[in-house]
Design a protein around this ligand. Sequence first.
Ligand SMILES: [Ca+2]
Length: 593
Amino acid sequence: MNRREFLKVSGVAAVSLVLPDCLRAHTGNTQSNRPNILFIAVDDLRPELGCYGNDIIKTPYIDRLAREGVLFNRAYCQQAVCNPSRASLLTGMRPDSVRVWDLRVHFRETVPDVVTLPQHFKDNGYYTAGIGKIYHTVAGHMEDPISWTVPKLKPKGRIWTWPDEVLEERKKLHERLQAEGKSEAQVNRIRATATVCEDVPDNARYDGAQTDVAIEKLRELKNHSNPFFLAVGYIRPHLPFAPPKKYWDMYDRDSIPLAENDFLPKGSPPVAMNTMYELRDYMDFLNTPSPTKGALTEEQQRLLKHGYYASVSFVDAQVGRLMDALDRLGLRDNTIVILWGDHGWKLGEHRSWCKQTNYEDDTRAPLIVSAPRCEARGMTCEALVEFIDIYPTLCDLSGLPIPEHAEGKSFKPLLNDTGLSWKQGAFSQFLRRYEGTQYMGHSIRTNRYRFVEWRDCETAAVSFRELYYHQSDPQENVNIANKDENKILVVGLAKQLRETCPPLPPRATLPRLRSVKSTTPTVLRIINKLDEPVSIYWLDYYGGRQKKGFLKPNQQIRKNTFLGQLFVAVSESGANRFLLNSRDFQTQPAILR
Ligand SMILES: [Ca+2]
């Protein structure tokens, strides 16, 4: 069966939709002279590093990596939030092509057949392995087993972020909020503290423990006959900031400077700024105002900035351990090392924190590539590059064909000559719901400008425009899109933007896979005939997943539901995935096999 069909289940009971190639061991095509790839993703890392010119933050190991490779000073993610940024980078497609714009939709539901970056390497004789956050979330609900030669690696045992007393406090808070009548969803999303400072060893935290596993894997891969693609995804400096105490101790909280531009960009439209809901999910920041309503206290700002810096230094130390292992094992000379952060992060700029905008602070992210025999070693490259360029670049550097679906351009030439004339624009976008209306903001960053067009998703009409002149306003503090003297400039930039990111048709942002509202009751019976457990999710009216059950082998479940409700069943390994429409199973059960 073609993989394209794997989400198109209908008709009679049997729904055998095992992805055919994913568990098949790859044989042949061994290209032992091909370079290995060490692919390091760092969650929420902004280019605030020693090698990017910050002399307060301490990142000696990433700085060393930059000296051994090329640092891209103007690299842009395609959407400044985890799942869309990663789905785009790992498929090599822009968000509008992969149709993943939020944290709910899995790219296998929108482009089921796409060959991801690690999968492409696997198909070409590489041994591919991943650990940590590569696809969205470490918990794995956006995982993609077909990408890897071996199941996702994990440190052993459960690793705790918060001490017991903090978890106890959170429990009490949950009970209090429940008693006040807050809904289960409102209560459950509240996490413990946004920062944790405990005197623990590095491997008491996930990033330290997974570095131990990654180093062990490198040791094993050294003797493997195939070249490897090892992806290591660090989860800090994403919130909560919980590095061991020794990294907090590297900084004096009071001498870390706070953002200069602690105000909303003048003349910016209300849809442009994030709401910081992510920060309000932590119990010590519950009542934090959105940037449009107010600011954090200085004490809160200092705590968060300190925690972010400490988290970055913690991850930096882990990168150092990985790189030392690569050296010690004699693998360095034939390994391409790439380090990227999935998007930027505001540390008080524009009175905001976290990500989720089209601004420079969020779309610009670190990118360092150290490839064997690259001539521009130690150089900084000012060319505009995009994260969709990473897929073709790694293929190009490794002598692999570049798949047709990849929309980026290999920047391999820049690794030899950083001064080449390059792209004229880098494109990012963000989907925002504001006061009941959904807007898509498409953005172009040229050498001198950032221009953004926000369209109402319902009608596709332009609602707002933003223009920032980077020569005189590098912080994007004043929107000059509506000035008379910029009319011609706006027309030109809009044309350039639309050539690469054409406006989406009306209502195009609705997920293709979602349940339809209905009041006709029905019963859906699901039987698991696989030899592994299966989780059942309901795809809600916006395409989000809500877990509705868990079936061990040979177990079955009965769900009272309505006609037209969609459910996804995903096996524990992720290798079996089924789409079930309640309409198709009114008279017989859905048998998963
Ligand atoms: Ca992220």
